[in-house]
Design a protein around this ligand. Structure first.
Ligand SMILES: Nc1ncnc2c1ncn2[C@@H]1O[C@H](COP(=O)(O)OP(=O)(O)O)[C@@H](O)[C@H]1O
Ligand SMILES: [Mg+2]
Length: 376
C-alpha cells in the first residue's frame, strides 16, 4: 500500500508540473500570436509607405530629369539666358537631386524595416506552430499521466497482489503438508507403533497363557488394524478421492457428501439434475475441490444444520449450487490468512467461469458456480 501511495504522489506532482508547463507554453503561443498580428499590421503599413515613396521618387526622378535637361539647354545656350534664369535652372536641378537622394534613402530604410518585419514574422510563425504542437503533445502526456499511468499503477498493484497471493498459496500448501504429516503421525503412524507392540505382546501371551488368550488379543488387534486402515483411507480420500478418476464427479460428490454428513451430523442433500457424464479430469478435480471447500465452510463457519448441493452438467456448462442455512457472513470483511474463498475464486477464474456468493446474516450462504465446458 505504501508503494502505491508513493507512486500516487509522484504521479500527482508530475501531473502538476506538466499542467503548469502546458499553460506556460500556451501563454508563449498566445503572446507570439499577438505579436504576429501587430507585426502583420505594421508590415501592411510599411508596404503602403514603400509604394508611396516609390511613386514619389519616380515623380521626383522625372522632375529631376526635366530639371537636368533644362540645365543642359541653359548651359549650351548660355548667352540666350539671363543670369537669374541660369541660377534658377542650377538650383532646381540641384534641389530635385537632393530630394531624390532623401527619398531613396527613406525608401531604403523602409525596405530594410519591411524585410526585418518579414523575418520576424517568419520566426514567430514557427514559434506559434511549435508551441501548438508542443501543447498538443503536453496534453497527450497530461492525459496519459492522469488516466493511463494511474491505471498502470493499479496494474502494478494488482500484479503485486497476485505475487503475494502466489506466495500465500505456497505457504498454504506447506501448511497443508504439515497438517497431513501431523495427521499421519498422530493417527496411522501411532496406531502402527501400537500394533507392533501389541503383536509382540501377543507372542508373550501365547507363550505364557496359551492359545485362547492369545486369540482374543488377536481379535482386538484386528479391530485396531481395521481402524488404522479406515484412518489411512480417510486421509487418502481427503487428499484426492480415487473415485474421481474412476467414476467421475457426480458419483464422487454423492459419496463424499454422504460421508461428510455422517462425520458432521449435518443434513446434506445432493441433487443431480443434469447429465451424468464425464468432463475433463482437471475440471472434475477443480469442481470437487470447490464443493469440498464450500461444505467445509458451511460446517466450520456457518453452524448450518442443512446444506443443499445441486449440480447440473449440460453440453455447454456445469452449474453448481451450495446453499446452507447457517449464520451467514459479511463478504466485505477480508480475513487475513483465509484462502478458501480466494482459492475458489482463483480456480473459477482459471476455468473462465463465474462464482456468485450471496450471504445474509442468520439466513445463510449460497454459492453459485457456472463453468463453461470447452468442446473439442
Ligand atoms: N458458508 C459460510 N457461512 C458463514 N461464514 C462463512 C462461510 N464461508 C466463509 N465464511 C466466512 O469467510 C471467512 C473466510 O473463509 P475461507 O476463505 O474459506 O477461509 P477459512 O475457511 O480458511 O477461514 C471465514 O472465516 C468465515 O468467517
Ligand atoms: Mg474455508
Amino acid at each position: 500500500m505504501a508503494d502505491k501511495q508513493v507512486l500516487e504522489q509522484i504521479i500527482t506532482k508530475t501531473i502538476d508540473t506538466v499542467g503548469a508547463s502546458r499553460e506556460e507554453i500556451f501563454k508563449i503561443g498566445e503572446q507570439s500570436r499577438h505579436e504576429f498580428q501587430m507585426l502583420e499590421k505594421e508590415l501592411c503599413e510599411v508596404r503602403l509607405k514603400v509604394n508611396d515613396l516609390i511613386e514619389k521618387s519616380d515623380q521626383t526622378d522625372r522632375q529631376a530629369r526635366l530639371a537636368r535637361n533644362r540645365l543642359v539647354e541653359v548651359s549650351k545656350n548660355f548667352d540666350k539666358f539671363s543670369n537669374d534664369e541660369v541660377r534658377v535652372a542650377y538650383e532646381q536641378a540641384n534641389e530635385f537631386q537632393v530630394q531624390l537622394a532623401i527619398l531613396r534613402h527613406e525608401e531604403q530604410q523602409l525596405r530594410e524595416r519591411r524585410d526585418s518585419i518579414e523575418r520576424r514574422i517568419g520566426a514567430l510563425r514557427e514559434t506559434i506552430e511549435r508551441s501548438d504542437t508542443l501543447s498538443g503533445q503536453m496534453s497527450v502526456v497530461y492525459n496519459f499521466l492522469a488516466g493511463d499511468l494511474r491505471q498502470f499503477g493499479e496494474i502494478v498493484e494488482d500484479a503485486k497482489e497476485k505475487q503475494k497471493f502466489g506466495l500465500k498459496i505456497i505457504e498454504a500448501q506447506e501448511e497443508e503438508r504439515k497438517r497431513l504429516s501431523r495427521e499421519i503421525h498422530d493417527g496411522p503412524a501411532q496406531m502402527m507403533a501400537n500394533l507392533l507392540l501389541r503383536s509382540e505382546l501377543i507372542e508373550r501371551i501365547y507363550n505364557e497363557r496359551g492359545i485362547q488368550e492369545a486369540l482374543s488379543e488377536i481379535k482386538d488387534l484386528r479391530k485396531m488394524v481395521k481402524l488404522s486402515l479406515g484412518e489411512v483411507r480417510r486421509i487418502i480420500y481427503d487428499l484426492r478421492p480415487m473415485a474421481l478418476d474412476d467414476l467421475g464427479l457426480v458419483p464422487t460428490l454423492s459419496k463424499y457428501i454422504k460421508t461428510f454428513a455422517e462425520h458432521t451430523n449435518m443434513k446434506l442433500s445432493f441433487k443431480n439434475v443434469g447429465k451424468e457424464k464425464r468432463i475433463p479430469p482437471q475440471l472434475e478435480v477443480a469442481l470437487f475441490r470447490l464443493v469440498q471447500e464450500a461444505l467445509q465452510n458451511a460446517y466450520k463457519h456457518a453452524n448450518a444444520t442443512e446444506v443443499e448441493v445441486k449440480i447440473e452438467i449440460t453440453d455447454k456448462k456445469v452449474i453448481i449450487l451450495v446453499k446452507d442455512d447457517g449464520q451467514g457472513f459479511d463478504m466485505k470483511e477480508k480475513k487475513e490468512g483465509s484462502f478458501g474463498l480466494i482459492g475458489m475464486k482463483e480456480r473459477i477464474n482459471m476455468l473462465k467461469g463465474e462464482m456468485k456468493i450471496t450471504s445474509k446474516l442468520n439466513v445463510g450462504t449460497t454459492i453459485f458456480i457456472v463453468v463453461p465446458l470447452m468442446n473439442d
